[in-house]
Design a protein around this ligand. Structure first.
Ligand code: DC
Length: 226
């Protein structure tokens, strides 16, 4: 039987990843950052000198990633190599390929049915964050949050995060990149980044991380999750 699923969607740097991790810790659920699946495929795409204009080859890479995940587990995703701006830009292109989404969907459904932490231990529920978890992957999720913030605020957060990691980039360049990626993610024909009709939209533009967590936990409590 499928355990409880908390679906957390939203654009990049909205704070959904941090929030998802904290919610998972609080509920004792396993967490899956689905962006890291798409990022891993994009990393392989770059390593193989391919791009989104060769969709069949990218789909073959996604299949190989699927195999590797089944054999080695989710810990292969724990690498900083998938967090560079170059990978971010490629991910927003390769994640729009329907065949790639279909293959990665299988992994996400497997996780929802049998949630496991990266150390392999099983959990009673799953917190899954991404773009289409509440709309496409788990439309019957027990709770759905759509976490968002203004583009300027998200660019400011990404700028601060990159600076802290010693990878400075100009705010203007990050903002421009983010606007382009948002545009692609929101307007693509498959799985556009839009809230499910039954999702709670949490706008964190003027919220601290703690306040956002408190609000999210309050919504989950109302859904019977604590
Ligand atoms: O959340 P993130 O910044 O790691 O996402 C990176 C890219 O992957 C972004 O362009 C959207 C895409 N993505 C997606 O299409 N579907 C998901 N479920 C998760 C991420």
């Amino acid at each position: 039987m499928m355990g409880a699923v908390v679906a957390i969607d939203g654009p990049s740097a909205s704070g959904k990843g941090t929030l998802a991790k904290k919610i998972a810790a609080k509920l004792g659920f396993a967490h899956l950052d689905t962006g890291s699946l798409y990022r891993f495929v994009a990393l392989k795409t770059l390593e193989n000198n391919l791009d989104e204009t060769a969709p069949e080859k990218v789909i073959a890479l996604a299949r190989a990633v699927h195999q590797q995940l089944v054999q080695e587990g989710l810990s292969i995703l724990d690498t900083d190599a998938i967090r560079t701006e170059e990978v971010s830009v490629m991910t927003s292109k390769t994640s729009a390929i329907p065949g790639v989404r279909e293959i990665l969907r299988d992994i996400q459904l497997g996780f929802a049915a049998n949630p496991r932490r990266h150390d392999g231990s099983s959990a009673k529920g799953a917190v899954i964050d991404g773009r289409d978890i509440g709309t496409v992957i788990c439309p019957l999720a027990e709770a759905k949050l759509f976490v968002t913030a203004s583009t300027e605020e998200r660019a400011r957060r990404r700028h601060a995060e990159l600076r802290d990691r010693g990878l400075p980039d100009s705010y203007e360049a990050i903002l421009k990149d983010m606007q382009e990626r948002d545009e692609r993610d929101r307007n693509r024909p498959v799985s556009p980044t839009i809230p499910a009709t039954d999702a709670f939209v949490l706008d964190t533009t003027d919220m601290t991380r703690d306040a956002a967590l408190e609000k999210a936990l309050q919504i989950l409590l109302e859904k019977g999750l604590e």
